[in-house]
Every structure is written in structure tokens, then in C-alpha cells.
Design a protein around this ligand. Sequence first.
Ligand code: ADP
Ligand code: MG
Length: 750
Amino acid sequence: MSVAASRLDEPLGKVLGMRTAGGLGRLGLETVEDLLRHYPRRYGSPGEMTEIGRLVPGEHVTVMAQVRTAQVRTMRSRGGAMLEAVVTDGRDTLQLTFFAKRAGVLRMHESKLVPGRAGLFTGTVGEYRGRRQLTHPDYIIVGVDAADQDEAMLEASRPIPIYPAAASVPTWRIGRSVRTVLDPLVEEDVPDPVPEEIRKERGLPTLLEALRAVHVPDDPEDWRRGRDRMRFEEALVLQTALARRRAAREALAAVPRPRAGGRLVDALDARLPFPLTGSQREVGATIAQDLAAATPMLRLLQGDVGAGKTVVALRAMLQVVDAGGQAALLAPTEVLAAQHLRTLEQLLGPLGHGGMLGGADTATRVALLTGSQGSKARRVALAEAASGAAGIVVGTHALLSEGVQFADLGLVVVDEQHRFGVEQRDALRARGAHPPHMLVMTATPIPRTVAMTVFGDLETSLLTEKPAHRAEIATHVVPADNEAWLARAWARVREEVDQGRRVYVVCPRIDADDAPEEADALAGAPESDAGGALELDDGAGEAPKAPLASVSETAVMLGERPELAGVRIGVMHGRLAPESKDAAMAAFASGEAPVLVSTTVIEVGVDVPDATMMVVLDAERFGISQLHQLRGRVGRGSLPSVCLLVSRAEEGTVGKERLDALAATTDGFELAEKDLELRREGDVLGAAQSGGRNSLRLLRVVRDAALIDEARAVARRIVDADPELHEAPALAAAIDSWLGEDREEFLERG
Ligand code: ADP
Ligand code: MG
């Protein structure tokens, strides 16, 4: 760290004593800063000041009273211990009750609730054997927790911070520890990552002020102000880290590969069997420009499956070949690499037959390098890569780490893998004096907000248009308990069949007694706790669990439906033997068994152009992206198609909202945004965001998109003016501590 060791770095043991520090350690809190950054999860409201005589059960109140008695007892019947205290306001009495597993835990209360002492007691009024009582009240004892009665009143009127706690460390003890470390701090102790100039510009409190506001708020307005500043700080730290990375990359010199000449690109365009879509042209022009620059391109190209990314990549690769360089195309698996080779060769035709009989005179060659190929083929490919005879080399990531030599590698295209790690990038940099340009392609929709947060240092392009004329898919949500609608749905299935078309019926399970093994984990899994958040989200409100439709039961049920009399029904699931699977698919494709009841095994790779209808049972059990993929099995031909989502999800639940989103659009990116919105925040960035020391605590990529955008602009300004952050040492230090070892990889994705 470039900042002199500050009080924030002090170990908690030194400040709070080993015992308390030990408990906090179990929450992962080691230093003063850790504890101060352990923000309240939410705030309890202070109770209304009331006289004891007027207490009404169920009300949340605060009473000013004097302790009359306090006693710890062990409970023979229930085990454990309790502390009973009686307090009085001079006229009436009120009982306070605390329970604990061991009497020792209650001694702290006993030592403070000394008869004769006065205090403020806050809690919800309960009744026990006809007497009013407060169970586990919060309290402030005058002379102990507050200097005098006025201070006690002030304390009692504050919102009560409620911390993410553990059984061993209750929230009140965390609160007390926070006060112990926070109260003595002065501005000089708390270096602020947000530079003063930016703070003034945005009217933000200092870090110390914000910490006070968050931990010891006078009123709700106070903690909101503190929280907003913390959010901005998080966004700024992250975006500054990304801006520096970007600046560092831009400082590297790449070899410009301008479009000049463009013989292969033009020849390819001339022989393409289809016109490029507007989207492909636009993105192509942007990439062409990037490649012509002397700074290395790092661009993420997103486009739904079938958007036509391969052609865009090929045109970029040919531009580099035209300019005298080579390109590598990396696929996630060997099978896909081999498939790419075939596709490229087909698109190139004679343009890919360089040096061969019948090859065009401008032609280049495409080489394939995989781990499983024979040693002779491999030797040839290696030689072609090293000599430059192969303008394009296709392979898996291993291609970069295996010390494959290129004559002049100018562009690396990474297909379908947006997790392109540090090692790979380092391997690339180590390849030569000049890092190659890089194009990363993905069909997994990464919403803009996430791309900005996680991939803030790379440029993104989107292929919005789909090339082939795709048929419309109408999607409807059908309530599972509406027999009339269901009958109509099965009648519709019959109509499709009678017109010679095919229908999928998708179920979440195979047999009646199966777990829903195939359902998307997102749909049914318990939501993870985002931790450290200042707000509690409401529960997702999933539909109550009723028996889920299974393939075997549904096939029998459909066989008995009058609407489907005489229609052959096939079944398909992952447990069938390969021959049975093939037979089922063949019977379905040929129309012999035009209705196929299946699990989600049909999600990928199944292509039956005559399939025009899909019925998904218990649709709320599946995640948005999974349903989107499933739905992609219909509407593949030119016939308009329909998708029915049968569901028990109640109006107003997240499950229902997911289905409504699917009914509203077939745009994969829009759906991904919606998905993100509906998910609990902790899932968004995976482990990177949930818990851990150096994680995003308050920032949420969807909710805070605008804030992240602003922080990004501010970050670029800061880095442009002061790349080494000499003027902002606390910001530099925050980045260092945020970028723990593991965080580095998180940033390097892409
Ligand atoms: P993806 O983006 O999923 O990688 P592909 O590049 O594999 O998509 O393209 C899907 C199909 O669309 C391929 O058969 C490809 O030849 C075809 N295609 C690409 N661009 C166009 C276009 N402009 N017009 C018609 N078909 C196209
Ligand atoms: Mg592809």
C-alpha cells in the first residue's frame, strides 16, 4: 500500500481484545477497516416513547425507566438460561426478558442492568401470563452507554443498525464493536479513496462521515446519504481499476492491420451466398477500424445463436491476412474447432486453397491444430503456422499455451468463451514484441450492465439482426389449473399434428418419483444471501411445491386425452439408451410419432424444422435462459410457431414475471437483462460479488447501472490526468486491496 499504515489496518484484537476479535474473526473481519466495512443489513426503527402504563401488545416502543431488579436463572425445564429484569417508570412496572444457551452470555446484561440505574429500553411489547414484557430489548443505560439522559434520548431515537451476524456474534455486539473502533477516529485516520475534488463536485461526504452515517445514523436520511456515497466509492474503485488496465493496454503498440488492399476480404464478400446483414456490416466496419489502429483491439462481440458471428470473424481474419499477418481462431472444444475448420473452408472455397492446384492466387490456408490429431498432421500444421503459409490457424486454447510458433500473429479470435483468463492473455503477450488484436465472441447474452462492470475495459459490439428469415414464435402463459385452457391447448396440439407438424411437450422430471434433476438451478434453488447489503430483498415468492409433471406420466396422460386420440406419442430423456434416443428422434422427425414428450435434453442441438409447437409443463421451474433455449427448438423453419408455458406460478411472483417476460419477447438480450433484474443480486457476478473481503458490497449492477456509468466517466478522467494515481494514493490503495489475487482473474475475464 502506498498510504502509510493507518489505523484502519490495525488488527481488531489490538483494539477490541482477543475475545471479541475472535468472534468477529469468524465473520471474516480481521482489521478495523473490515469491521467498518461490515455495513448494516438494514435498520430497525426506534420505538415511540411511551409510558409503561400505556403499552399495547404488538407495538414497537421505547420506554424510559429505572432498573428495579435483574436476575440470571438457569431453566431446568428447557435448558439454557434466562435473565429477568423488572423496570419501572415510578408508577408501573415492565418485565424485560433475555434468553441464552449459557448463563455466561447473560452476565453482560446483568452487569449493566444494575438496580437503580436508568435507561431507555426499546422493543416490541409482548405479553406473558397477563404481564407486559419486552423480550431481548435494545437498551441504553444512562452513565454507561450514554453520558446523560439527553444523550440517551438521542441514541434511542437513531435508526438501529442491524448487522449481518452469526450465532456467536449477535448484531448488538457487532454494533458495539463498531462504535468502539469508529468513535475515536478522526479524518486523518481514514484516507478517502474518493479524491476530494470528485467528492466536492458530487457533494459527497468524506469516508469517515459516511461511515458514521451508515453505522450511527441520526435518521434514515443520514444512512441513505452514507450508503449512496459507499456505492459510488465501490463503483469508482472498480472502474478506476478497469480504466487503468485499459490505459495500460492502449499504451502497448500493436501492429496496425489496415483494410488497404483487402483482396481476400473483397473476394470473400464476392463469393458469399448471402448478403451481409446491416448488423454484420456495421460491426465489421468497427472491427476493421480497430484492426487498423496501433493499439491492440480488445472487443467483445455478442450475438444470439445464429446471428452470424463466424462470417464477421472470418472477414476480420482475412483483413489481417491481407495485411500480411496471421489469425488464430480458438474454440472451446476440439469438436467445435473441427467444425469451425469445415465452416471456414466452405466459406472460403478456393480462397482457402493457397499453394494448391486450383487455389486462387490471393489464396491463404487454414490449418487445424488439436491435441488429438495424428503426429504427422500436427507436424504439417505446426510448420504452416510457423512459416506463415497458414493465414488462419484453428484450434482450442491449448494452441496458445503449447508453444505453437506463428510467423506473425496479428489477431486472435476467441469463440464462445468469454472467460479468457490471465494466463492466456499473458501467453499471448509473451508471443512477440507486439500483442495481437483480440476479438472475443459469445452467444451468451451478457447484459450491458454486467459487461460494463465486469468487462469495463473492453469494447463491446452487438449483432442485433438475425440473418435468415426466422418464423415468428408466439408465446403464451397458460394457468395449469384452468382445465378449459388446457383442453384448448391439447386441441391445438392436435391441429398442428393434423397439419403434418410436430409438437414438443417438455416436463421437468423423468418419472413420478424423480427429483427435478433437469430443471434450471436458478428456478428452484434457495436464493443465496447477498450478505452485507443495506436492504433486505423480499422473498422470491415461488409457487408452492406441487408434484411436478414427469415424462412418463405425461405420456400416459396425453395418450388418454380425447383431443389426441390416435396420435402416437414418443418419449425422450437422458436415461434412454442411445439407440432408443435415436429411434425416438427419428420417429419424431419423420412424423411417425409427431408428439414428443421430453425433458430438457432437447435443449441443444435438436433441429426439426417441422416442429411448430412447444408446450412446457411446470414452466416456472425453468430459468429464463433455459426456456429461451428450449423455445429455440421451434420456429426453425418458415412456419409460424407457438410456445405454451403451462404454470402454477401465482400472479406477482418472480416465477410468473419470468414467464411473462418470455411471452413478451424473443430477444435473448432483453431476456438476459430481465433475468438479471429478477435474480437475487448475489448471483449476478457469482462468487465475486457475494461475501469475501474485497467484494462488491453495496453495488448492484442492475440497480446501479447509471451510477456505474458515471463512475466510469469519472474514473477515465482521473486515469487520463494521472495514470499512476500519484494524486490519489488512497484510491490506488483501495484498488490494490480490492484486487486480491483472486480478483485479478475476475477483472481479466474477456
Ligand atoms: P453464430 O453467430 O451462432 O456463430 P453462425 O456464424 O454459425 O452463427 O451463422 C449461422 C448461420 O447463418 C450459418 O449457416 C451462416 O452461414 C448463416 N449466415 C451468416 N450470415 C448470414 C447472412 N447475412 N444471411 C444469411 N445467412 C447468414
Ligand atoms: Mg458460432
